[in-house]
Design a protein around this ligand. Structure first.
Ligand SMILES: NC(=O)C1=CN([C@@H]2O[C@H](COP(=O)(O)OP(=O)(O)OC[C@H]3O[C@@H](n4cnc5c(N)ncnc54)[C@H](O)[C@@H]3O)[C@@H](O)[C@H]2O)C=CC1
Length: 385
């Protein structure tokens, strides 16, 4: 029997909603590239329920306990006295999420000799030391595509919110009973006609480009894998060989690359300084792709007219994290990929991965990041160790 240790974010502060805002979520059978949505043999929750927090347990408890496995779910993840670190040494499987990551460092992997599988219930496995996973033959799998469109929608929302200066205008309505139109207009622009670019055009980056095309913008991208010519022509894309060329060419830049050694700290004073004055930067990928203090300096100096995103380092960020209170920002908590719609898909994908692993049958290639001591599947395309 296996021990499955699952780290999830806390339940809602005021308890579970007595009733959800909507009665159902749309049924989606396939992702835009044709990949089928998760196909577990069973599901013990109703899609649209909050299963991503501790009590929800990704809807896995009945399935695992019926089969005699031990299932430990906790949000307590920091430090040697945390439930996560205390339960880890004899765990066979760790499930974690980018929203509330249990950082599986090389030290912790060394302290977990039974660990064979690390599942990311979401996308982005940078909270796992992939080099250590390779060396220790720990399989790393994630719910590829489960929340890519969720994130793309969030990025488009934040681009519009920054360019139009939505949040300050909204605050004028809620915090002030006046009618200050000039205050609301003084930093508000149209997106139409601007040059908008994505750094990395994978599943999310391409979905952002597709969603922005109807706004009559010019679309730019860079990626280490160039897109098919047909797609470049369909969306009228300008390809840039490197991020430096992209950064200096656009008014709005949205980051969609994984965090790995090539991208860590990439957006520093120099790169942000090469952007046009008054550019907008949106980062729903990983916080550490941007130099925290360089971003603060850029919004304060006006090099950036705005910064938004939902990713922070560390997570949760300390109360005095400067992105909480810097000017001209539209940050949210790490929520873009954990809408109720996304949860239904990544919880089902997690169940599918577990069903395969427990039965000794292959995990879908597209879910694999590391397998049998190598980068594998989606991981070999997007990551370096
Ligand atoms: N905020 C959130 O809730 C979420 C954030 N994410 C983040 O978004 C990232 C991207 O997700 P997907 O689009 O689904 O992944 P993907 O694997 O489809 O695309 C990643 C793309 O990045 C490109 N790339 C990698 N390194 C690069 C480099 N150094 N320079 C240029 N391009 C590079 C790859 O060629 C690939 O096209 C994830 O790795 C994750 O960190 C993903 C899901 C949820």
């Amino acid at each position: 029997m296996a021990k499955i240790l699952c780290v999830l974010y806390d339940d809602p502060a005021d308890g579970f909603p007595p009733r959800y805002a909507r009665d159902d979520i749309p049924t989606i059978d396939r992702y835009p590239d044709g990949q089928s949505t998760p196909t577990p043999e069973g599901l013990d929750f109703r899609p649209g329920e909050l299963v991503g927090s501790v009590s929800g347990g990704l809807g896995l408890r009945n399935f695992l306990e019926r089969a005699g496995h031990e299932f430990v779910v906790t949000s307590d993840k920091e430090g040697p006295d945390s439930v996560f670190e205390r339960e880890l040494p004899d765990a066979d499987v760790v499930i974690s999420q980018p929203f509330w990551p249990a950082y599986l460092t090389s030290d912790l992997i060394a302290k977990a000799p039974r660990l064979r599988l690390a599942i990311t219930a979401g996308i982005g496995s940078d909270h796992v030391d992939l080099k250590a996973a390779v060396e220790n033959k720990v399989t790393v799998a994630e719910a590829t595509y489960s929340n890519s469109i969720s994130v793309a929608e969030h990025a488009v929302m934040q681009i519009l919110a920054l360019v139009r200066d939505y949040l300050p205008a909204h605050r004028l309505v809620t915090d002030d009973r006046g009618w200050h139109i000039a205050d609301a207009a003084q930093r508000s622009y149209d997106l139409e006609g601007m040059a908008v670019g994505v750094m990395a055009a994978g599943r999310i980056g391409v979905a952002v480009l597709r969603r922005l095309a109807p706004f009559d913008v010019t679309l730019h991208y860079t990626d280490k894998n160039r897109l098919p010519i047909e797609l470049e022509e369909e969306l009228n894309l300008v390809f840039h060989e490197d991020v430096r060329s992209l950064a200096s060419a656009v008014d709005v830049l949205s980051i969609h690359a994984p965090l790995h050694p090539e991208t860590k700290g990439l957006f520093d004073d120099e790169l942000i300084g090469s952007m046009k004055r008054g550019s907008y930067l949106v980062n729903t990928a990983r916080a550490a792709i941007c130099d925290r203090d360089a971003v603060v300096r850029a919004v304060e100096s006006g090099r950036l007219a705005g910064y938004a995103g939902d990713v922070w380092y560390p997570q949760p960020p300390p109360a005095d994290h400067p992105w909480r209170n810097m000017p001209h920002q539209g940050m949210t908590p790490h929520v873009s990929g954990t809408t109720l719609s996304a949860q239904a898909r990544y919880a089902a994908a997690t169940r599918e991965i577990l069903e395969n692993w427990l039965a000794g049958t292959p995990i879908r290639d597209e879910y694999l990041i590391v397998d049998q001591g190598h980068l594998a599947g989606s991981g070999s395309r997007s990551y370096t160790t």
